[in-house]
Ligand binder design. Structure first.
Ligand code: ASP
Length: 326
């Protein structure tokens, strides 16, 4: 009996290792799960990356949106997926805010994922509906003070980057706004353009074309320095507009379910490093205000170290603000 069991375990190990060596199989597609709505900033990064990964991986990579609850639904899907390299997650800073924002998560960010590398850093912009009377940060500050309690602020759900930015903005302005959650900032921006909500804080990867096309009003960037992207270079930073201690930059990372074989992880990380140097990918990202990662965070161990530090950083800020969801 014991011999049979050892034989079976050996056979499974041999089959897994053979599958890992063959990864990715010619007839299989890699699913890149995006935990936000299609057409938004995380989706944009994922679609550009999927294209850049196809050649170095030698496989088809398709984006699949599993949106809702500030990215926790899509992240849970990948945490539970078969760990064979064919289901991956692309998520942003939400990986580090979820553990503090949700009392109950069905997965553990540190323990249930393999870390594959940081992709980019993206600034955020504070934008308003096109008919908002304020035309600059000074006028917006005055309008916010007058409209206390009547402001609708969109976000992509608890744990989303827009939620984090909105929390920081309300606390800096000392004003409570009515937050309106969406499954991503693509549907939020549609409502902002339609005037159903007043304000939104969103990544430049989504807002740059809207700002360029004057579909929304743009007030400020969330970085410590002004940006160089042509459409955004005239926007002040929130800090220089008098909103002190405000700095937030969104990063995106790539993950696999825990237990994915090491040779598979190695192949994906190698392909990611090639994709991050792809001139076409870099050009597309830079045109939208994003900075493609070139530092040590593209190494899996450094990616994980960085996310753990971010969990501590944002966890402390969120616990101080006392915001939770069940
Ligand atoms: N920008 C969104 C956020 O607020 C996510 C998205 O829709 O991609 O986190």
């Amino acid at each position: 009996m014991k011999t049979l069991l050892s034989f079976t375990l050996l056979a499974i190990a041999a089959a897994t290792s053979a599958q890992a060596q063959d990864f990715p199989a010619k007839d299989k597609t890699i699913t890149l799960v995006v935990p936000f709505a299609a057409g938004g900033p995380t989706d944009r990064v994922a679609r550009d990356l999927a294209e850049a990964l196809r050649k170095p991986l030698g496989a088809n990579v398709v984006v699949d949106n599993t949106a809702g609850a500030g990215s926790s639904i899509g992240a849970a899907r990948v945490a539970r997926a078969t760990p064979d390299g064919y289901t991956l997650l692309l998520n942003h800073i939400g990986m580090s805010t979820m553990p503090a924002l949700y009392r109950k998560l069905s997965f553990s960010v540190p323990n249930d994922f393999e870390y594959l590398g940081i992709i980019n850093d993206v600034p955020m912009t504070l934008i308003g509906r096109p008919n908002l009377p304020a035309n600059n940060m000074q006028e917006l500050t005055a309008w916010i003070q007058q409209s206390k309690g009547k402001i609708n602020l969109g976000n992509a759900g608890l744990g989303a980057a827009s939620h984090l930015c909105g929390l920081m903005f309300q606390s800096a302005m000392k004003v409570e706004m009515t937050t309106v959650p969406y499954k991503g900032t693509a549907p939020a921006i549609t409502d902002l353009i339609g005037g159903q909500i007043d304000l939104l804080c969103d990544q430049t990867t989504n807002t740059t074309p809207q700002i360029e096309g004057k579909k929304v009003k743009a007030y400020a960037v969330t970085t410590s320095k002004r940006l160089t992207t042509p459409a955004l270079k005239d926007l002040p930073t929130l800090a220089e507009s008098g909103v002190k201690n405000f700095e937030v930059t969104i990063w995106h990372g790539l993950y696999a379910p825990k237990g994915t074989p090491a040779p598979v992880l190695q192949k994906i990380n190698d392909a990611l490093k090639v994709a991050l140097k792809d001139p076409d990918f870099i050009k597309k990202q830079e045109g939208l205000g994003a900075v493609v990662a070139t530092d040590k965070r593209v190494e899996p161990a450094e990616h994980k170290k960085f996310v753990l530090a971010e969990i501590d950083k944002w966890g402390a800020a969120i616990r101080a603000a006392g915001t939770y969801a069940d």
